[in-house]
Every structure is written in C-alpha cells, then in structure tokens.
Ligand binder design. Structure first.
Ligand SMILES: C[S@@+](CC[C@H](N)C(=O)[O-])C[C@H]1O[C@@H](n2cnc3c(N)ncnc32)[C@H](O)[C@@H]1O
Length: 294
C-alpha cells in the first residue's frame, strides 16, 4: 500500500496539540526531528528533551486528501511555513532498514556485523550486534574511535572496565580481542539488558563479563578503563575513573567535542599522562596512562 507524509514545522509548545490533531485526522505514525540545528546530546534517564523548533512528519494512507488539513493547521496555529505533503513510495520496509546497517570494520581486526549478515572476513574478530535501544553499534564516531584504539591496544589477559557501556560494544570487543575479564556498567537499566543480550549473542562466558550499576565494581581496579560518555560527566567522574585504573594502567575517554578536549584532559591533570588526542568528525578520543604515584 502506498503512503504519504505530511511534514510540518512547529514550535515546541504546539507539538503535542498538533500531534493530537494529526492522530484524530488518521495519522498512522509521527516522527519528530530538529527543524533547526540544535543538538540534543545525551538526555538523562527518563528525560525526553525536544528542540525549540520541530519538524513533525506524520504518515497517512495515500487515499486521504491532506490539503484541507494542511491549510487548516497553518491558519489555526499561525504556522510560519505551510505544511507540505510528500509521497512515500511503497517498499519492503524491513529490507530497507536492514540494508542500512551493514558490517563495519574498525582497525585491522574488528568487525561489527549485524546478525543477518555473513561476516565479510570469517577470521576477523567479528562482533555480532544489531541496532537496539542502547547506544553503541559503531555507527557513531565516538564508538568507532574507541573500537579502533582497542583493536591496537588490548593486551591478552587485560582487566577492562567499560564505564557507560550502552550496548556493551566496547567491553565485548575488548574480551573478544583477548582481554581476560571485564566489568560493563551503566546508569541505564536498558543498557545493562542490552549488554547481557549482546554478550550472550557473542558467546561471552558469564564469568568473564560482569554487568551492573556504576558502583557495582566497588574498588575493583582495571588495566584499562574505557568511558565514552560526554565531556561534562567525564569531568565530574574524573576521581571515580582514575580510582579504577591501576597505577600504570590506561584510560580511554571519548564522547568529547573538539572544543571540550582541553578542559576534559585538564580534569585528569597530574594523574594521567595523555597521548596526543585523535579526532574523527569533530569528536575527540583521549588516551593516556595513569601516573604511578597519582
Ligand atoms: C555514548 S553512550 C556509549 C555507549 C558505548 N560504550 C559506546 O561506546 O558506544 C554513553 C552511555 O553512558 C551512560 N552513562 C551516562 N552517564 C553515566 C554515568 N554517570 N555513569 C554511568 N553511565 C553513564 C549512558 O546511559 C549511555 O549508555
């Protein structure tokens, strides 16, 4: 069956009212996006912040005449731009979504492969991972930066702490690259469930991967602590993260914008000896070694 979209630019305070109006007019689904360029970086648990100006896309069956509804919405709510209608060609939606997520390579050895694809290189470190509710498939530059680092720097038997594990991608990759044992922690229960599922999918034995809330590892110390969160939390967590790195161990941080790299590194001054930062698409990776007597 063919479909059509009604696309409307609305101010945030009208979004709910207009959504209700579209629903009663027969909209089958609605999608909200940023109509401007205002990034919402990482909402806290339970928060769903919106952009000041939204692009609302409502999907309708093809046999509804949307012109009168579009005109009425513009007049009633004084919308600056007139809503417009775009045809949505019929296609196999499952196929289209699956076609978008393809195996990706990170460094020399690591591949992230969706479950419906054969790994392109059967001898590589093939992490089976499907897009889900938790962050972390490798499509984001911050995850990619960390996976590339792990590809080179994971040593056999390493003890690894993945702080803010999301899908568990970094802890699982480290274990598959030879790390001996890992903790994966996150404040979001959905992330812990996703990590558990992904560990099973990749045949990671329970005794090698511990999963829990951020305080669960207690005073456990790791050879390598990885945290891909955001600059603000990374600065606030400096004492906690440093305490988990054994003297001489390594710390890997990502989720930092270029403009935030200096301040983030400074929060760890005298405790971490930083390598040169590495940037990908405006995001920075910081890696370094804990100073012995810090
Ligand atoms: C950007 S995602 C990273 C996921 C994955 N590690 C990756 O590299 O793709 C950040 C994760 O950190 C978690 N997080 C945010 N603040 C946190 C905190 N203070 N303590 C622990 N986890 C936190 C979020 O719930 C989210 O799952």
């Amino acid at each position: 069956m063919p479909w059509q979209n009604l696309i409307i630019t609305v101010p945030e305070h009208l979004a709910e009212t207009i959504e209700a109006r579209l629903e009663s007019a027969g909209a089958l689904s609605m999608t909200l996006g940023d109509a401007g360029d205002t990034p919402v970086l990482e909402p806290g648990p339970g928060e769903t912040p919106l952009w000041p100006e939204l692009s609302l896309t409502a999907l309708f069956a093809d046999d509804i005449d949307l012109a009168p509804l579009a005109a009425a919405l513009q007049a009633e709510y004084g919308l600056a731009a007139s809503p417009h209608v775009a045809a949505v060609p019929d296609q196999d939606w499952t196929r289209a979504w699956m076609d978008d997520f393809k195996p990706m390579q990170f460094g020399a050895r690591v591949w992230v492969c969706p479950s419906w694809c054969e790994p392109p290189d059967p001898h590589a470190v093939n992490l089976r991972l499907d897009p889900g509710l938790a962050f972390g498939t490798g499509t984001h530059p911050t995850t990619a930066l960390c996976l590339k680092w792990l590809d080179v720097h994971t040593h056999d038997g390493d003890r690894v702490l993945d702080f803010g594990c999301g899908s568990g991608v970094l802890a699982i990759a480290a274990l598959m690259l030879g790390a001996g044992e890992a903790w994966a922690v996150d404040i979001d229960p959905q992330a812990l469930t996703a990590t558990r599922d992904n560990a099973r999918r990749n045949d990671i034995a329970d005794e090698r991967l511990h999963i829990g809330q951020p305080d669960a590892p207690g005073t456990w110390r790791a050879d390598l602590v990885v945290a891909n969160i955001l600059s603000g939390p990374l600065i606030a967590l400096a004492d906690t993260l440093c305490a988990h790195v054994r003297p001489g161990g390594r710390l890997l941080l990502s989720g930092i914008l270029e403009t935030q790299a200096e301040a983030t590194a400074a929060a760890y001054a005298d405790r971490i000896d930083w390598d040169a930062p590495v940037t990908q698409e405006g995001w920075v990776r910081l890696s370094g070694r804990r100073i012995d007597d810090a």
